[in-house]
Design a protein around this ligand. Structure first.
Ligand code: PAF
Length: 288
């Protein structure tokens, strides 16, 4: 496994691989890897001749109040994990390599970026779309794997790839969960034991909604289910604020207000909840 720090070297290597007709599978990350990331690497490993993982904490997707400098980092551990998964290259650039002083180009994906996380983190998806397109151009991948955990990010990237005729195929891999259902996330390390226990209720609440919507044959209205999810989460002492509990078309992210006349629309149920300073997101998709 080789660590690549420079864009020019990376492009030289990936161009040579393309000439040799190798399939390049790519997993973009911000490091501090956990089982969730490794499941994306495994998915890439299954299909690709060459697997590239990027590790770059992207300042552009953090708001000034989100403290980019405090994002957890552990390159040595990440390197070891990647090696164990059979990764071929880690692209690990520094900030100036990606954003030189005169950097001035940004990618904005309208509509799908606006609701949910976009409402609370207005610049976030501009930062994500910009870095992801840059990374695609550098690693020249045949496909890239993203996690369903960041459902809106997945929609934004798919839309960007479609609208800008990007050659990379976008693959979305299922959310990996702890035994009690908590979605794996780099942010989970910030939870204290009580918050950690309560955080498992996010998935319990989502599964409750799935049961209501599927087993009860869509007989419940959305406001009723939203109210029940909210009640369950609020019953946990350390859940300090619910940012949203949302029902959306899983592809367009248009809000779903009623379950009537919804044939062939998969519903994304997503939520964001604060446990003190730790903000967690999770989602499930109800297939119809
Ligand atoms: O999901 C992430 O870790 C990041 O948003 C990504 C896709 C690596 C872009 O910085």
């Amino acid at each position: 496994m080789k660590i690549l720090r420079k864009i020019s070297e990376t492009k030289r290597i990936t161009s040579a691989l393309i000439l040799k007709k190798k399939t390049i599978g790519f997993v973009p990350t911000m490091g501090y890897l956990h089982e969730g990331h490794l499941s994306l690497v495994k998915a890439a490993r299954k299909k690709a001749d060459v697997v590239i993982v990027s590790i770059f904490v992207n300042p552009l997707q953090f708001a000034p109040n989100e403290d980019f400098t405090k994002y957890p980092r552990n390159f040595k551990k990440d390197e070891k994990l990647c090696r164990n998964e059979g990764v071929d290259y880690i692209f690990y650039p520094d900030i100036k390599e990606m954003y030189p002083d005169d950097y001035s180009t940004y990618v904005i994906v309208e509509n799908v970026s606006l609701g949910l996380e976009g409402k609370i983190r207005p610049e976030h998806f501009r930062g994500v779309a910009t870095i992801v397109l840059k990374l695609f151009n550098i690693v020249q991948c045949s496909f890239a794997v993203f996690g369903q955990k960041d459902a809106q990010q997945a929609c934004v990237i798919k839309k960007m790839a479609e609208d800008l005729n990007v050659n990379t195929k976008i693959i979305i891999s299922p959310t990996i969960r702890e035994k009690d259902g908590l979605a794996m996330s780099s942010r989970n390390v910030y939870l204290n034991p009580e918050q950690r226990e309560d955080a498992a209720y996010l998935y319990k609440a989502l599964e409750y909604a799935r049961r209501k919507l599927t087993l009860e044959n869509y007989n419940r209205d959305i406001e009723f289910i939203r109210g029940q999810i909210s009640k369950l989460i609020k019953s946990r002492k350390t859940a300090t604020k619910i940012d949203y509990i949302s029902f959306n078309n899983s592809r367009t992210l248009e809000e779903v207000k009623t379950l009537k006349n919804l044939k062939n629309t998969d519903i994304l149920i997503s939520l964001a909840v604060r446990f003190g300073k730790v903000r967690l997101i999770d989602n499930i998709v109800i297939k119809r």
